[in-house]
Design a protein around this ligand. Structure first.
Ligand SMILES: [Zn+2]
Length: 480
């Protein structure tokens, strides 16, 4: 749910009270355009206002090597105001037709600040609080240079994988590309026989699509922000297994490297068990796995239920400690970022801080690297970074030290301040209270106070999150 949605609900509630006082008048239909952004401080035009997506149903037919694709995105949404028109985020997609509730709708494409805006004008407008269905048919080529940042990753076999964070899902399909509008998803990915599609969620079947092609179906019943879109078509092999208490494990690895990657992906079950024990909260989804690509991508990304990894992490030069740390980092995100999703990108420290923190704790408990040494080093560096890139709670952009190791230092400071038991209780409560929803820095502070009954944690955490200077580290007066 979006902030504009909340405002709309508040307005609607006020209107309802008035209506009770004077029941003669229903509120007149007064359609206006939905906003072209939801006001994310770091990405003001990301996402759109006036509606709330409930479900995305993506059909995507990809031709390897040429990278041509066709798509149909069906969106089930609910209006949160009377709408004369509404926007979807796209980037370099050629729109063929748009239908709303089965009828042709007028549409226009314009330049946005991070891609393009698809403005849809349904005949007669849409009524507040009513569900509606949108179907956008489109085509394109994955190698077209996008207007914003590219989300496509190209593999040397002619396949692709999506790396959509933070604003690139719109290079694959029309979406409401804000963290605030989470929705369930189904995928129908079509590729020539011999090519294997992968997607978030559980594979529910395959069926012939004609012309030597097969369609693979997937469904994700829990809500997901579009930034966590994880689709691929590659020459890859699906490996399956079982994690704790029936969590289904499924991994995609290059089909000529199964022997290399099987012993690596088989470590995920044990890591899930370790994180569940450490966090005191069960894995938030019924499926998990790794997508390890052959090349074309060198980072790692927490796509929901299917983390994406470049091959570099697993090369000979990397020790098992290095690669298991990054495995634990992306797995931690399934709780922090994927299940509990920041309301805006300004609160990205709530994704990266815990991911760095618990990967460091993992390394410490494996006996490979001291967590205290890592935090002391990061504390020393953070003071200068606060001044150049912003403090952890007010970053000037994503991807910096402030929201990664710097944010882990904030969590470490909280731990030192309240003690291990209260720290664990705060994190457990955070994950439980905001499961499969959105929350931000103020929600984190509110939760910490609620758990500990200690109101001094508000100035304490605000100082750590927002100050231009490092506060002193509790319990470590010698740190500077
Ligand atoms: Zn991360």
């Amino acid at each position: 749910m979006t902030r504009t949605v909340r405002a709309a609900i508040a307005t609607a509630a006020a209107a309802a009270t008035l209506a009770l006082a004077a029941p003669a008048q229903a509120h007149p239909f007064d359609p206006k355009p939905g906003a072209d952004g939801v006001g994310d401080p770091l990405f003001p035009t990301l996402g759109n206002g006036g509606y709330d997506v409930r479900h995305y149903d993506l059909s995507f037919d990809f031709t390897p090597v040429t990278y041509d694709f066709t798509g149909t995105m069906k969106i089930s949404a609910k209006a949160t105001q009377d709408l004369s028109s509404f926007n979807l985020d796209i980037d370099s997609l050629a729109i063929d037709a748009v239908k709303v509730d089965g009828k042709d709708a007028a549409f226009a494409v314009s330049l946005g600040k991070s891609g393009q805006e698809l403005t849809v004008t349904p005949a007669g407008g849409l009524h507040d609080n009513r569900p509606f269905e949108v179907a956008v048919t489109y085509h394109g080529n994955g190698k077209t240079k996008p207007i914003g940042v590219p989300g496509w990753r190209y593999m040397s076999d002619g396949g692709f994988a999506s790396a959509a964070q933070s604003s690139r899902a719109d290079t694959f399909a029309p979406v409401n590309d804000t963290t605030m509008d989470k929705a369930s998803w189904t995928f129908h990915l079509t590729a020539p026989d011999g090519w294997t599609p992968g997607a978030n969620g559980t594979k529910t079947g395959t069926r012939p699509a004609g012309e030597g092609k097969t369609t693979s179906d997937f469904r994700l019943d829990v809500p997901m922000a579009s930034e966590l879109l994880g689709i691929s078509v590659e020459k890859q092999t699906l490996l399956t297994g079982h994690g704790p208490h029936g969590v289904k494990l499924r991994h995609y690895v290059p089909d000529d490297q199964v022997a290399t990657y099987r012993p690596i992906v088989e470590q995920t079950g044990g890591q899930i068990a370790w994180l569940e024990k450490t966090l005191g909260v069960r894995f938030p989804f019924d499926t998990y796995g790794m997508q390890i690509v052959r090349d074309g991508y060198s980072d790692a990304l927490e796509n929901q239920t299917l983390s994406l990894f470049g091959p570099g992490w697993f090369k000979n030069a990397c020790t098992s400690t290095t690669y298991t740390n990054v495995m634990v980092h992306e797995m931690t995100h399934q709780w922090f970022g994927d299940s509990v999703t920041p309301t805006t990108w300004q609160s990205a420290w709530l994704n990266e801080g815990p991911a760095v923190y618990y990967a460091a704790l993992w390394a410490d408990q494996q006996g490979t690297a001291s967590m205290e040494d890592k935090m002391r080093t990061a504390y020393g560096k953070l003071d200068a970074v606060r001044k150049t890139d912003g403090p952890p709670g007010l970053p000037t952009e994503l991807g910096g030290f402030n929201i990664y190791d710097g944010a882990a230092v904030v969590l470490y400071a909280l731990n030192q301040q309240v003690g291990q038991d209260d720290y664990d209780a705060i994190m457990k409560s955070w994950l439980t209270k905001h499961r499969h929803a959105n929350a931000d820095s103020q929600d984190f502070i509110d939760n910490a106070i609620r758990v500990t009954h200690d109101p001094s944690l508000r100035p304490f955490l605000e100082d750590w999150l927002l100050s231009k200077d490092n506060p002193p580290m509790p319990g470590h007066p010698d740190w500077s």
